[in-house]
Design a protein around this ligand. Structure first.
Ligand code: NAP
Ligand code: HSE
Length: 430
């Protein structure tokens, strides 16, 4: 069969990986598809830039050269950002081209519009690489676990922050240095505040929750906290107490509705997610029939991410060969109640700087008690000038009550600083 021509929008970290995989595994991919898959054109911003992989594709800067080329059947968007990526993908679908993307920003915000355009134009719209980098997770949720009612997803879905937390924990590296290292490795978004602020993970859990629970969950529905407030002291205390700090993305469905959140958490070192290190991601999915499943692998980087993008290209190429399309599009069939994070419960780690004098501990315990916060343990740590650092672990308490208690503490003259307040994901502290 004649070649299936494709175009790439972007040849940065991920686009370069796709060029390399399609060249290195060309024979293998041709056998799987039944036709060669050839990159005909690549859209970039700066055509003069030296690229990290050789290609015979024509480098272009005008999207119309791709949209108006009838030979191009598949467009792989690996540019990033909301605009103009979303407009280009929409235009490609309207021009009857199949689209694959690694862009969680666009899928999380404009997924419905793109699915509708794909359906109307009998094209495919696939986005495996938008969550978990090289880990298969979208296809497993949409297909392999389709028989289940999913009740919970919990995972580490941002490679940059996991890399940073690992290096800060194991090598005591400085926050700014380790962020620069993650950027140099191509893991971070072009604006890394999306990674460290938790928004990249929030978009990913919004996508996963939408598929898992069959209802559209947007970024606005996700309660987001990043890792910018994590201090080296928190990491050290966590280690001392038998925990690792991880940035978790959690989506739960229960009798109250759906709750979706991203936040750092203390995880006991025995927890399977506590040993997911460096750029690796891991995602637990709980289904009523299958029970617990776990997906693990590299969550970012050139070849792992390009592996997922190229697999989508291969899937679409197979559909083209068999003259089918739009087999599995939007699966958000229902509207479901989203309940606020204030109603969620967990134990908490709290680090305070307090005056070092008699009666202070009793006053602090009283402030917690007034909001039904019971203390599991209180440890008096190092002295900082004339104050003492206290580390407290609470029993299980609602987010609402911990906030009320912290507001009271902030108003107390004996409390000079609240260092940090971090959730603890440990079933043994109930
Ligand atoms: P990148 O390295 O910054 O590359 C972006 C590419 O897009 C560059 O080639 C750039 O052209 C081109 N581009 C950007 N804006 C353009 C515009 N307006 N017109 C034409 N070309 C434009 O980005 P990346 O890391 O490969 O990420 C791409 C996408 O994959 C993003 O959505 C990201 O979230 C997602 N993703 C990335 C990873 C990862 O590990 N990096 C993992 C999973 C998903 P020039 O080269 O000429 O500047
Ligand atoms: N910046 C993202 C991360 C890329 O670090 O996980 C993968 O989506």
């Amino acid at each position: 069969m004649s070649a299936i021509n494709i175009a790439l929008l972007g040849m940065g970290t991920v686009g370069t990986g796709v060029v390399k995989i399609l060249a290195n595994n060309a024979h293998n991919i041709e056998q799987k598809v039944g036709a060669p898959v050839v990159i005909k054109k690549i859209l970039v911003r700066n055509p003069g830039k030296v690229r990290n992989a050789p290609t015979d594709a024509k480098i272009v800067t005008d999207i119309d050269e791709i949209l108006n080329d009838p030979d191009i059947k598949i467009v792989a968007e690996v540019m990033g950002g909301e605009m103009p990526s979303k407009d280009y993908m929409l235009a490609a679908l309207k021009a009857g081209k199949h689209v694959v993307t690694a862009n969680k920003d666009v899928v999380a915000k404009y997924g419905r519009e793109l699915f509708e355009a794909a359906e109307a134009n009998h094209t495919d719209f696939l986005f495996e690489a938008s969550v978990g980098g090289g880990i298969p997770i979208i296809r497993p949720l949409k297909q392999c676990l389709a028989a289940n009612q999913i009740t919970e997803i919990m995972g580490i879905v941002n490679g940059t922050t996991n890399y940073m937390l690992t290096k800060m924990t194991n090598e005591k590296m400085d926050y700014a240095d380790v962020l620069a290292e993650a950027q140099a490795k191509g893991y971070a978004e072009s604006d890394p505040t999306a990674d460290v602020g938790g928004f990249d993970a929030a978009r990913k859990i919004a996508i996963l929750a939408s598929i898992a629970f069959g209802a559209r969950i947007t970024l606005d529905d996700v309660n987001v906290e990043g890792i910018t407030n994590i201090a080296i002291e928190d990491i050290e205390y966590a280690r001392e107490l038998g925990f690792n700090i991880k940035l978790l993305a959690i989506a739960k469905q229960d009798d109250c509705g759906i709750n979706v959140r991203v936040h750092p958490a203390f995880l006991p070192t025995s927890h399977p997610l506590a040993s997911v290190n460096d750029v690796f991601n891991a995602i637990f999915v709980k289904g009523d029939a299958v029970g617990e499943t776990m997906f693990y692998g590299r969550g970012a980087g050139e070849l792992p991410t390009a592996s997922a993008v190229t697999a989508d290209i291969i899937d679409v190429a197979r559909d083209i060969r068999h003259n089918v399309s739009s087999r599995i599009l939007c699966t958000c069939f229902d509207h479901k109640h989203i309940y606020p994070v204030s109603k969620t419960e967990s134990p908490y780690y709290i680090r305070l700087l307090v005056e070092d004098k008699p009666g202070v501990l009793a006053a602090i315990a009283g402030a917690f008690g007034a909001q039904q916060v019971s203390l599991h343990s209180v440890i008096q740590k190092r002295k900082v000038e004339r104050s003492t650092e206290l580390v407290l672990i609470t029993y299980r308490v609602s987010d609402e009550n911990i906030r009320l208690a912290m507001n009271t503490l902030l108003g107390m003259s004996v409390v000079s600083k609240v260092g940090n307040v971090i959730r603890v994901e440990a079933e043994q502290i109930s």
